[in-house]
Each structure stands twice: as structure tokens, then as C-alpha cells.
Design a protein around this ligand. Structure first.
Ligand SMILES: [Zn+2]
Length: 317
């Protein structure tokens, strides 16, 4: 029987991942669930408790054996207090003391972190940013998330809300973002935004189906000027936003994850070239910045939390 077992959840916008991992990094059990469109904090607690207990039972372990329960979630949250302040995916807009609520059911320590903070730690500990003391992680999928690892630590800011790369405002004009603000990077350059802009220009029925981000990339590749301009806008917004971060923070590594960049090496190459062109010269030419694809894919948050739970140094806010 494994000596230490950790149960880790990644509660994302569309899916929830559950991993049961032992002290030797072996995955004992993993499961994937769809994220409910609307769900009260009480229902989420019930789901976490029930599925964690079921996964332990399936692995033949009593629930008292857990060494740590970790939750990362796509939300604005206060890491230190363990309070979720806003999770649009789940329809939560009031403060939810999620860690304390979960702690009532478990004897082991419970950890709660933002999904992108967990992901940057995962990429630093086990993935593309290994060995770097200053790294920026950005994930471009339906939305855009980010995490900052500065001076050898996840940088959370004074309220825990640092690293919201998706909501910086490079230069777009007139698009509403899911956060309620205008012209965030996410409103111009996420997979969701690319598809939305295309739907404003084309009739989905005439195109014989749903207009997706991949469809827009295909059209652009085929030379369609409108699709090209959508991709160009996304590219320039992402590159400008990232170049500003490189100028501001002088990282040695920039890791880009998420479905929009995965398997599009040419798109990544264009981001790389433009960041090098737009950032202040010494930050990219005297101290170089590696700009690379994420390695852990959708498991980055899981492994980051696993690392966090096992490293007391990383736990301090
Ligand atoms: Zn926003």
C-alpha cells in the first residue's frame, strides 16, 4: 500500500480532472467529469467529497489515508485565506470560503489555488520551465489564463489576484470581456474570441455547421483575408501583451499552453518573433527569454498542486 496519497482536483471551465497520486509520483487513479454550468458551493463541496471518497475506495484505500487534498480552480481567489471571490464558469460572484468548507470533511490539509498559478508551478517543477527562477505561463484556450513565477516563487500579489494575463488590455477597441471589463486580451485573442469574431462575419448555417477556432485558422491558412485579419489581430494582441510582460518582469522563460497554440508551431513561432521585436531589447537580447510550448498540457495544474502540497516552501503566500 502506498505510504502517502494525494487527491488533486482541477476544476476548469469545461471539465473537472481528479487525480490520485502517491508519494512516488505514481498516478493511482484518474477521472474526468464535465463541469456543471451552474452549481452552488454546497453542491461543489458535495461533489468533491463524494468523488474523492469514491476514487480512494476504487484504489482500495480508506479515506483516512489521504496525505493532502488539493483543489485548483479557474477563479479569482485569495490563496492565503482560501476564499473564491469570483468564478464566472460556476456562476459564483460572492465570496466562498471553499477551503474552510472542505476542511470540515477531511483530516488531511486542504489546499486551494488558482488553476493558472498551479499550472505555472507544474511547468516549473516538472515541465517546460524546469530550472527557471523567473517564468511566465500563459494558456490560450476558450479564455486566457496566466501565472507568474518570480524569484523562485509563485507571485500572487497583495490580494491573490496577480497573473491575470487574460485581462490585461493591449490595444483592442470595443470588445466586452467575460470579466465585465472592456478590451481585455481574452476578448481579442482567446480561442473563444477568435470564434466569436468569425461568427459576426459568417453565417454558421451557410458554412454548414459550427464555426470553431480551428475553422478560422484553416480559413486563414487557405488565404481567406477576413480570417487572416482575425488571426492577425489575435496574434498582435497576444504578442503585445506578452512583450509588455517581458519588458516589465524580465523572465528567462515564457511558457505558452492551451489548445490555440498546441500543435500550431507556426503560430508559436510568430508570437516568439513578435515578442522579440516588441519587448525592450536588453530583456530579450542580453538576458534571453525562452519562449516555448507548455509540456504538461491539461495536467499542468494537477502537477503544480501536487508539487505545492509536497513543498512547504511553496505553500507560503
Ligand atoms: Zn477581462
Amino acid at each position: 500500500m502506498p505510504d502517502q496519497v494525494y487527491c488533486v482536483f482541477d476544476i476548469g471551465g469545461t471539465k473537472i480532472l481528479l487525480y490520485l497520486i502517491d508519494g512516488a509520483k505514481r498516478v493511482l487513479h484518474k477521472e474526468r467529469f464535465p463541469t456543471p454550468a451552474q452549481c452552488t458551493p454546497e453542491q461543489m463541496i458535495e461533489f468533491i467529497n463524494r468523488s474523492a471518497a469514491a476514487s480512494l475506495a476504487r484504489a482500495g484505500l480508506p479515506s483516512t489515508d489521504l496525505a493532502g487534498l488539493g483543489i485548483c480552480i479557474a477563479a479569482l481567489l485569495d490563496y492565503e485565506k482560501g476564499v473564491v471571490h469570483q468564478s464566472p464558469n460556476l456562476g459564483w460572484y460572492a465570496a466562498v470560503p471553499l477551503r474552510e468548507m472542505l476542511q470540515q470533511s477531511w483530516n488531511c490539509p486542504v489546499y486551494l489555488d488558482n488553476d493558472a498559478n498551479a499550472a505555472v508551478l507544474g511547468e516549473v517543477a516538472y515541465g517546460a520551465a524546469r530550472g527557471h527562477r523567473n517564468a511566465i505561463y500563459i494558456t490560450i484556450s476558450t479564455g486566457i489564463g496566466g501565472g507568474l513565477y518570480l524569484d523562485g516563487k509563485v507571485f500572487r500579489g497583495s490580494g491573490g489576484f496577480a497573473g491575470e494575463v487574460g485581462h490585461i488590455k493591449p490595444f483592442g477597441q470595443g470588445r466586452r470581456c467575460g470579466c465585465g471589463g472592456m478590451d481585455c486580451l481574452e476578448a481579442w485573442a482567446s480561442g473563444g474570441a477568435i470564434a466569436r469574431m468569425a461568427k459576426e462575419l459568417w453565417d454558421e448555417k451557410e458554412q454548414g455547421g459550427t464555426i470553431t477556432t480551428a475553422w478560422v485558422f484553416d480559413q486563414a491558412q487557405g488565404g481567406n483575408p477576413l480570417a487572416r485579419s482575425i488571426i492577425e489581430q489575435a496574434l498582435q494582441n497576444i504578442s503585445t501583451g506578452l512583450a509588455n510582460l517581458v519588458t516589465l518582469l524580465n523572465p528567462s522563460c515564457l511558457v505558452i499552453g492551451g489548445g490555440v497554440v498546441a500543435s500550431r508551431e507556426d503560430f508559436l513561432e510568430q508570437i516568439r518573433a513578435r515578442v522579440y521585436e516588441l519587448a525592450v531589447a536588453p530583456a530579450v537580447h542580453i538576458s534571453t527569454v525562452e519562449i516555448k510550448a507548455a509540456q504538461l498540457g491539461s495536467e499542468a495544474g494537477i502537477w503544480g498542486l501536487y508539487y505545492l502540497m509536497r513543498c512547504p516552501d511553496e505553500q507560503r503566500a
